[in-house]
Design a protein around this ligand. Sequence first.
Ligand code: DQA
Length: 143
Amino acid sequence: RNILILNGPNLNLLGTREPDIYGAQTLRDVENACVGLARELSLSIDFRQSNDEGELVTWIQQARGHTDGIVINPAAYTHTSVAILDALNMYDGTVIEVHISNIHKREEFRHHSYVSGRADGVIAGCGTNGYLLALRQIAHRLG
Ligand code: DQA
């Protein structure tokens, strides 16, 4: 079972970026936690981050046929990117959308997600634990 975990713009600065909203864990901490849980769940994961919308689109395209699921935190592209939605619409594995913060509790412009139109599940407001919940959900769906 191969799972791609994608992180969008500014998540490279997790831990120092608005820690009151996003917490103290770095993206490396999140990756390490995902690697540990993946081992337990017998999943193989590929954990990536990009500040570039096109690069995220390319990675989603390349995941077709090679992976069983994608966990994606599209960050700000959640609210703007038809291109990421279109790429996910060509992907036939399980897609779980993750947001560290509860986007529905925040500014109005964060309430709409293009990606949710494709996601099989959405996790928001559970902090970085959301990534682990997403992996558990994918493992559950794959059986
Ligand atoms: C985020 C929420 C987005 O609105 C924001 O632009 C982010 C992170 C989250 O994980 O809570 O960069 O996706």
